[in-house]
Design a protein around this ligand. Sequence first.
Ligand SMILES: Cc1ncc(COP(=O)(O)O)c(C=O)c1O
Length: 432
Amino acid sequence: MTLQAGAAILAGMKRSQTGSRFTSDAGILRLMDDLGSALSGSDKKYMLGGGNPALIPEVAAIWRTQMARMLDDTDRFDRVLGQYDTPQGRPRFLQAVAGMLNREYGWDLSPDNIAITNGSQSAFFMLFNLLAGPGVNGAPDQTVLFPLMPEYIGYRDQSIRSIDFTSFLPRIEQIDEHCHKYHIDFDALTVPDSTAAICVSRPTNPSGNVLTDTEVARLDRLAADHDVPLIIDNAYGTPFPDIIFSDVQPIWNRNIVLSMSLSKIGLPSLRTGILIAREEIVRAIGSMNAIMSLANGTVGQAITEELFESGEILRISRELVRPFYQRKSRHALEWTHRVFADRFPYSVHRSEGSLFLWIWFPELPGSTADLYERLKARNVVVVPGRYFCFGTHDQWEHTDRCIRVSYAMDNADVERGIERIAEEVERIWSAA
Ligand SMILES: Cc1ncc(COP(=O)(O)O)c(C=O)c1O
């Protein structure tokens, strides 16, 4: 089914404000729509738009082995498929994750600090709506604060109302002619009383930025001073999947909600999000899980729990997943510089992690929304930058000059995609 924009989805039906909101022209709907249509049809497509991880053969072989082991143990297999988990997750898995993180980082986690969700996307839906929105007993409205735009497109439509996000623009460090990096502008950053949580992705989707340890420590203090949690989205981070190329430390304390996922290590279809938080937040997520879905899918937890217990998940991340994406990132960057050189002004955000290059065309006439349409007509799907800017700063000319390009696909596809991007930018450029 193709998703349609706006009220058309519920056309002719009585609907609520919430119904209208979740069926409006959400950036994520457009992205999923293009993902779906890009994969259909007979023409060769260059799918540089989505966040799907690559299929890494050595890693896929490990999942097959784990699945075969589970199938061989018929009693375990029957119980994995035939029983609901607790709303918080599978007890053995919770213990395995807590044990692994305690061994690795000296944290003091118990299973009560861990909640499983059906993917980390739904963890954010729960967190944002638990915290932001109209206050209790007539208290003022509460918001989630994003200190560094651009941020993950998947957050922008998660709140039940559209007005619940506060956002701040970055300071841009121009490292050289073709490379820049975003930093939190702490001089401009204020935490209004309405703030219920501060949230960042690290590595950041879309830019591939990794907040420095100093920036995270400052955010941590700021959140603690204002008595609100700091949510760190670690979907690409360390210790798993470890798609992070700069040397930074993970951080957790009772004021931090650390969100992890099994998706980017190669198991997106098993929908396993892992939240590390203080007990009250974990209980709240368990309660929402119970109301929304009774329990989560168990298979992702079951096929990886031995890998958490043995620490093998760390080896897979460090020795297989990270080097794979680091090679892909280098290749995509080299190809971009080779193909773009001397044709038009551009700058790529320093690639410090995640699956994406974030390319800025500072003098592009018009918006990358037009570039996106032109590319789509040539079977190349990227994501135009404007969707990654939302909240109070939802209009920023800068992101309208940017695109997000995934380098998770085959190198040859990435190369052809980048070549077409260059051709289209050049056409727009020379026609202006
Ligand atoms: C930064 C970030 N957070 C969260 C998610 C959600 O991932 P999942 O629901 O598969 O865990 C994604 C997916 O692309 C992401 O890029």
